[in-house]
Ligand binder design. Structure first.
Ligand SMILES: Nc1ncnc2c1ncn2[C@@H]1O[C@H](COP(=O)(O)OP(=O)(O)OP(=O)(O)O)[C@@H](O)[C@H]1O
Ligand SMILES: [Mg+2]
Length: 70
């Protein structure tokens, strides 16, 4: 099994690191049929929230569509 590791880094805050990671993972999973592991090492846990938020209103329609297919 070939494994590739991607890391998105930018020292500036609020520039779409989390959003891009989420969408890249969703794209590679859904469109390329790859198995994806996201490691959330951020104490804000924003991407974990994106995937597992209990309040559905937290998610926009594209996020909900992604999670419903899992
Ligand atoms: N392409 C985009 N178009 C419009 N809004 C966007 C886009 N990408 C991200 N955002 C919005 O910008 C805000 C910051 O995005 P995000 O949380 O992904 O940034 P971040 O770099 O991970 O921030 P932090 O430094 O706090 O971890 C969020 O409200 C997100 O919804
Ligand atoms: Mg972030």
């Amino acid at each position: 099994m070939r494994t590739k590791v991607f890391a998105l880094y930018n020292n500036k805050g609020g520039v779409s690191k989390t959003t891009t990671t989420f969408n890249l993972a969703a794209y590679l999973s859904e469109k390329k049929n790859l198995k994806i592991l996201i490691i959330d090492a951020d104490s804000q846990a924003n991407i974990t929230e994106l995937f597992f938020a209990s309040d559905p209103s937290f998610w926009d329609s594209s996020h909900r569509k992604t999670s419903e297919r899992r």
